[in-house]
Design a binder for this molecule. Structure first.
Ligand SMILES: Nc1ncnc2c1ncn2[C@@H]1O[C@H](COP(=O)(O)OP(=O)(O)OP(=O)(O)O)[C@@H](O)[C@H]1O
Length: 235
């Protein structure tokens, strides 16, 4: 569903992504792992159309999207729940969710999806009229994921969904990801919690300073010595 070929991304003279290739098959969960600064967020932002690539190709569902603006990418069915949540603090929870639906063509389905976001995360329903800025970090994370789902994506990219979450919240987010997968949503997951990310992933790629160092199935990476030492804190 997503195919990235020889992607190079720079910020001025700093080359953050140095020629990576990976693919995300339809209906799968693929995880990108990597230490801080490896280029994970840059990769997601570039795929979303938020940052232009220097070179390389990005294909989504058979169409080349590396020069497509971000709002069109959402319209095509590829949504992004960004790192650091980036909700609108002064707007209500419900208005934040509705903003996620801005690019939809089938406005009629919006009410149904709002209900679905409320079912996935009941706290969003309870506090729908409250300013989103009053939410805790974990609650804002749920709101960011709920908002991305409001565009009714066929593919969802999640950047560090567990950041700052309690273990319980973390479990909830991970089971939501599994639930979305079972509904047929394709998922690209960037996650520091390697254990959770690899348990869910059909396939994982390990990024090191802008390059893919190695990749394998989630199950194989969980028992890979390099991953165990560097990402799971095991000897
Ligand atoms: N706006 C920017 N301007 C300049 N350099 C940037 C910018 N954003 C990121 N970088 C640099 O690009 C590299 C990759 O950063 P990126 O945020 O993609 O990494 P990451 O793997 O997501 O890291 P983390 O896990 O810490 O979020 C880093 O060296 C970072 O300092």
């Amino acid at each position: 569903m997503l195919e990235v070929k020889d992607l190079v991304v720079s910020y001025g003279r700093v080359r953050a992504v140095k020629g990576i290739s990976f693919s995300v098959p339809q209906g799968s969960v693929v995880s990108l792992l990597g230490t801080n600064g490896a280029g994970k967020t840059t990769t997601l932002r570039t795929v979303s159309g938020l940052h232009p690539p220097e070179s390389g190709e990005i294909w989504f569902d058979g169409q080349r999207i590396d020069a497509v603006p971000a709002h069109k990418v959402v319209q095509m069915g590829l949504a992004h729940s960004p790192e650091g949540r980036r909700i609108f603090p002064r707007l209500t929870v419900q208005d934040n969710l509705m903003l996620g639906a801005f690019a939809r063509r089938d406005r009629g389905g919006t009410g149904k999806d709002l209900q679905r976001a409320f079912e996935l995360f009941p706290i969003l329903a309870e506090r729908r009229h409250q300013p989103a800025g009053t939410f805790s970090g974990g609650e804002q994370q749920m709101l960011a994921i709920g908002r991305a789902l409001m565009s009714r994506p066929r593919m969802l990219m999640l950047d560090e969904p567990s950041m700052g979450l309690s273990p319980l919240m973390m479990k909830r987010i991970m089971s939501t990801i599994a639930e979305l997968k079972s509904e047929g949503v394709t998922i690209l997951l960037v996650e520091q919690n390697a254990h959770a990310a690899l348990t869910l992933a059909d396939h994982g790629y390990v990024l090191e300073v802008g390059l893919i160092a190695f990749d394998d199935t989630g199950a194989n990476l969980l028992t890979d010595d390099r991953v165990r030492r560097a990402y799971l804190g095991e000897d």
